[in-house]
Design a protein around this ligand. Structure first.
Ligand code: XMP
Length: 510
């Protein structure tokens, strides 16, 4: 795949992936690389621009991440952000020192109108700052192009050498004109044409897959999640019925979900096998209460069912995997590839006899995968699906699992989701679901005493699912949800709303 490329060099900043996503949103392909990547390797990649991310360290300490100053004389434009801007100043002979006061949060910043970086933005606007050190003296050949009350060098540049630096974070939404500033760097400084789009991506990916697969057979474990669904749609476009998708329905999906997944693939050219294995899974889970044991049983049983079905097909040549870019990024903190181990169905490759792997989503961020899905005409309910644990409702039922409990939870969860969508909150809340606590307590229904389950509602706002806040659902909406669930679902007589953040809680209740 040949695209204009921007390399984002990661110095351990919390926004490294966000920078890359913003660049991609501006139709420029980019890759995140560790700051330890050898200069020779960067040269070989032939980037049109390089961006240094922020990071938590101080540039003047010996142990802090750094880079060979050669990077500034390769004739490739460089943009340093936060730590990256200080590193540029430090390495080129400027001065970086701890400021008397840290600058954190929204900051009024003044911009010089004649910088290429700040074209088409007002000379005064809000930026997002988060730093303790600051540039005290710019290197020779540089001029200051932005400042704030406490930050004398909020931006600096040496246009002759195409070196630019900003102390603030253009990638975060709180920086009012952040996206325009990044666009200016890409289009005014790096002079990109903007050749990265999902339409182009489909064409290239389809051709690449065809070239690799030839007449071979491809096998895919379809979970109904966003990644595997988009992968199925893309592969069916590329290789048609040389693709077989096996969808193991473990009976622990949300209400109607199994049918929805099946319906989405009914009209496509591919072999779709749905295995309704609900009873088999419930049998294995009978009496099991420990969440880790539940996960293990489901993982193992999944592989067994998949293997049985795969054997019926005979030898396959390729196994398709829905690996996406955040799974393969090398982080600046020096760790190798980051793998969401417990989130993936581990072990599949060992059980299936195949020649090679196809991973056409390997370069994409999650939001790009969703865009790709829309381009491929997948229905919104699949493309916008919330994260859903592989073991499904099994871990949202505390304690032992029975068919009855699964049904209660499916029905209650369905009402919850319906009401959230009706209230127009489904785009604001990133994940929301019901949990069957398996705790029972006394209630009254008409003239009768009841002894029924307590259901918990969980709804969170989050960007990365590593930390989360509970969603501030209006009381009236909660009242409506509670009312409907206790009236429409048997065996629930009490509803509680989870008001904890993550940490100290997690998003799921296991
Ligand atoms: P926790 O509960 O750890 O969850 O705060 C963080 C996010 O991960 C999702 N999750 C999973 N996703 N397979 C997945 O694909 C899994 O096994 C799994 N377990 C948790 C969870 O829903 C939340 O979004």
């Amino acid at each position: 795949m040949k695209h204009e490329l921007v390399v984002v060099l990661d110095f351990g900043g919390q926004y490294n992936q966000l920078i890359a996503r913003r660049v991609r949103d501006l139709n420029v392909y980019c890759e995140v690389k560790s700051y330890k990547t050898p200069i020779e390797e960067i040269k070989k990649m032939n980037p049109v621009g390089i961006i240094f991310t922020g990071g938590p360290n101080s540039v003047y300490l010996e142990t802090s991440p750094t880079i060979s100053p050669e990077i500034f004389s390769m004739g490739i434009p460089v943009l340093g952000i936060c730590y990256g801007s200080q590193l540029m100043a430090h390495l080129l002979g400027g001065e970086v020192k701890p400021a008397e006061k840290s600058e954190y949060g929204k900051t009024e910043t003044n911009f010089s109108a004649d910088s290429l970086m700040f074209k088409d933005i007002p000379t005064k606007s809000i930026t997002w700052m988060s730093h303790t050190d600051r540039i005290e003296k710019v290197p020779e050949g540089f001029k200051i192009t932005a400042f704030s009350e406490t930050c004398p060098v909020a931006a600096m540049e040496n246009p002759e050498k195409a070196l630019y630096a900003v102390q603030f974070h253009p990638e975060v939404q709180h920086t009012e004109y952040g996206q325009q500033i990044l666009k200016n760097f890409l289009y005014n400084v790096c002079k990109v044409s903007g050749d990265w789009s999902m339409k182009n991506y489909i064409n290239t990916a389809v051709n690449d897959v065809r070239a690799k697969v030839g007449e071979g057979k491809v096998l895919l474990a379809l979970s109904g999640g966003v990644d595997s669904s988009v992968l199925a749609a893309l592969l069916s476009k590329a290789v048609g019925n040389k693709l077989t998708c096996i969808f193991v329905d473990h009976g622990l999906m949300r209400k109607n979900e199994g049918d929805e997944v099946e319906a989405a693939f009914a009209d496509r050219e591919l072999n779709f096998i749905r295995v309704n294995a609900g009873e088999r899974f419930l049998g294995k889970l009978k009496g099991v209460t420990d969440p880790e044991t539940k996960r293990k049983i489901i993982g193992e049983e999944f592989i067994r069912v998949f293997e049985e079905e795969a054997k019926k097909i005979g030898k396959v040549d390729f196994l398709a995997q829905g690996t996406i870019y955040p799974d393969v990024i090398e982080s600046g903190s020096g760790d190798a590839a980051v793998i969401k181990s417990h989130h993936n169905v581990g072990g599949l490759p060992d059980y299936v006899d195949f020649k090679d792997i196809v991973e056409p989503l390997r370069l994409l961020f999650k939001d790009e995968v969703r865009r790709l899905g829309r381009e491929l005409n997948l229905p919104n309910y699949l493309v916008n699906r919330q994260p859903f644990p592989g073991p499904g409702l099994a871990i949202r039922i505390i304690g032992d699992i029975t068919e009855e409990k699964v049904k209660i939870l499916q029905d209650a969860d369905y009402i919850f989701r319906e009401e959230i969508a009706k209230a127009g909150l489904d785009t604001e809340i990133n994940q929301y679901f019901a949990v069957l606590t398996s705790m029972r307590s006394v209630g009254v229904m008409g003239d009768f005493r009841t002894y029924d389950y307590t259901l918990a509602l969980r709804a969170v706002t989050t960007t990365d699912f590593m930390t989360a806040d509970f969603a501030r659902i209006p009381y009236d909406t909660l009242a409506q949800i509670s009312n409907r669930i206790v009236n429409e679902v048997n065996s629930v007589n009490r509803i509680v709303y989870d008001v904890t953040t993550k940490p100290p809680s997690t998003i799921e209740w296991e």
